[in-house]
Design a protein around this ligand. Structure first.
Ligand SMILES: Nc1nc2c(c(=O)[nH]1)N[C@H]1C(S)=C(S)[C@@H](COP(=O)(O)O)O[C@H]1N2
Ligand SMILES: [Mo]
Length: 532
């Protein structure tokens, strides 16, 4: 008996237990996926737990995740959940070899966590949401119990016999392998059927989007002046293509809403004529088309979470007026409009702002096509001048008129400000940080935004030199960003280039550096470059 065989004696139970645990977890997730496909895909355990984690993640950590992983934050979260499950599965599998019941019971505990997460999500559709996790946990517990009972210890080999009867010392392999094979095959089939069902559910929504024909706007977008797009390599496009448009939301599974069954309810304080609108009813109204820059409050100074699209939509003020709503300045009862999405998100906007004549709308079109699913199909809100989290509800389904005193929406409960107009910002798009531009004529360029106030001036400073005016591209509207460029004679050495904007009311962008929480980052953007 050497060290190798005693090592095997320890290793092989761990390997057997680990495989039993992983297989049981796989079965649990596969059955849960199958049931979620039947009940409601968003109630699946990984999606539900992920959503619950997002809801409970402290703002600082969420901000870190957005900064660090960007739009991959959700994939990272999913992987994290699967990693935690895998570790637990290995532990329970090893435990089950000696304590079958305890191992199986451990799997059931995970079912409780999944069910609780699904029931606690703001979009929970009721007790049925517990089914996927419950069914999955039951399947996983049974699988683990059976696999553990197949992995029985055979009588210890006689001294000098060397290996156990079927190759693995002290363990019967054949029965276990057969049971493992059957479990794996059954789980894989359940998982595939589940995927198929979930895919089929989404197909109605996909078909409804494909067949949606957007009406021509009654009020087309004002002609964009020639020259809004500077011919400078590396500057952002004036209109952000949908495929490049930033995406920020809490949806682990993007809602796929069928336009045919979609409804929008308008109700609440001061709504004398509550109404439910269908999409066809909205599309029959005169539509407006506008270029509007949307910005996320989580955008750091110089960050990427801003973009401009040509939105097509129904003016929101008119719909509200028809429902009997008056702004607070005209004696209206409600000062907050709470928009609610199909996934339970809530966003609150000042009623005064959405009714003050700006182009607040329920958007149905983005850059000439129906809203992409990622950006809120079939209908989302867009309000020029307000950060997305206080205005731009995607997959909207409900508008409730209330007061800021009476109700705190999702982000406000997570330390963000109740009111959040967009702060004036200028961003250097080129050169990039730590670039090595050649000495001589160089171009510094970028975009500046102060939605609904407009941009009147952009200045650039190199190192500790004087502020110098940048050349401004024409302004499309006060609701869009504005491009700027600055010819720079680059001299060898390291240089810090800083930019600041002045908005349409003459207010110079604040130098004061603040974090994104609670109401948006402020401060000047600068990049450091080295001219070789
Ligand atoms: N339903 C829903 N709508 C939402 C959000 C969300 O998490 N859920 N995020 C908001 C935030 S914080 C921003 S910045 C904008 C982003 O819109 P986009 O993803 O289309 O760029 O959507 C807003 N609308
Ligand atoms: Mo945002």
């Amino acid at each position: 008996m050497g060290g190798v065989s005693s090592f095997r004696r320890i290793l092989s139970p761990i390997a057997v237990g680990a495989s039993a645990g992983i297989l049981a977890a796989f079965s649990a997730l596969a059955v849960a996926e199958l049931v979620a496909g039947l009940v409601r895909p968003a109630a699946g355990p990984v999606t539900a737990v992920g959503g619950a984690v997002i809801d409970r993640t402290p703002t600082a950590v969420k901000d870190f995740a957005i900064r660090t992983f960007g739009e991959d934050d959700k994939a990272v979260l999913r992987l994290g959940i699967l990693a935690v499950l895998a570790v637990a599965a290995v532990g329970l599998g090893v435990l089950a070899l000696s304590h079958r019941r305890a191992g199986a019971a451990g799997v059931l505990l995970f079912g409780i966590v999944g069910s609780a997460a699904a029931l606690g999500r703001p979009d929970s559709a009721g007790i049925g949401d517990a089914l996927p996790s419950t069914a999955g946990a039951l399947a996983g517990a049974v699988a683990l119990y059976v696999l553990a009972s197949k992995a029985v210890r055979v009588p210890a080999p006689a001294p000098g016999d060397g290996e156990g009867r079927d190759g693995t010392e002290g363990w019967s392999r054949r029965g276990f392998l057969a049971a493992a094979g059957v479990t794996a095959a059954a789980a894989a089939s359940a998982g595939s059927v589940g995927r198929f069902l979930t895919g089929r559910r989404g197909r109605g929504a996909v078909a409804s989007r494909r067949s949606l024909v957007l009406p021509a706007p009654a009020s087309p977008a004002p002609a964009v002046p020639a020259g809004v797009q500077l011919k400078v390599a590396g500057i952002s496009a004036f209109t952000t293509p949908n495929s490049d448009f930033y995406r920020v939301d809490t949806a682990l599974a993007v809602p796929r809403v069928d336009a045919g069954t979609w409804r929008l309810r308008i109700h609440g304080a001061g709504v004398s004529r509550p109404r439910v609108h269908t999409l066809d009813q909205l599309l029959a109204r005169p539509l407006i088309e506008r270029d509007i820059t949307l910005t996320c409050v989580s955008n750091e100074v110089g960050g990427p979470y801003t973009g401009t699209a040509r939105w097509l939509g129904v003016p929101l003020a008119g719909l509200l007026e028809e429902a009997g709503v008056r702004p607070p300045s005209e004696g209206g009862k409600a000062d907050q409009l709470v928009a609610r999405s199909v996934d339970g998100m809530t966003l609150g906007s000042p009623v005064e702002d959405v009714m003050d004549g700006r182009d607040a709308m329920l958007a149905v079109g983005m850059n000439g096509e129906p809203l992409p699913f990622d950006h809120g199909f079939p209908v989302r809100m867009v309000v020029p001048g307000l950060y997305g989290y206080v205005s731009a509800c995607k997959w909207i389904t409900d508008i409730e008129l209330t007061t800021f005193d009476a109700y705190d929406p999702y982000w406000v409960r997570r330390t963000w400000a109740r009111r959040a107009p967009v702060k004036t910002q200028a961003r250097i798009d080129t050169p990039k940080p730590f670039a090595r531009p050649a000495a001589g004529e160089a171009t510094v360029a970028g975009v500046a935004w102060a939605q609904h106030r407009g941009i009147s001036r952009v200045e650039v400073r190199v190192d500790d030199g004087p502020w110098q005016d940048a050349d401004l591209a024409p302004q499309a509207t006060a609701d869009t960003w504005r491009q700027w460029s600055f010819p720079w004679r680059a001299t060898p050495g390291g240089h810090t280039i800083t930019v600041r904007a002045t908005d349409g009311s003459g207010q110079v962008q604040s130098e004061q550096r603040t974090r994104t929480v609670p109401d948006g980052a402020s401060g000047w953007h600068s990049v450091f470059v080295t001219v070789p």
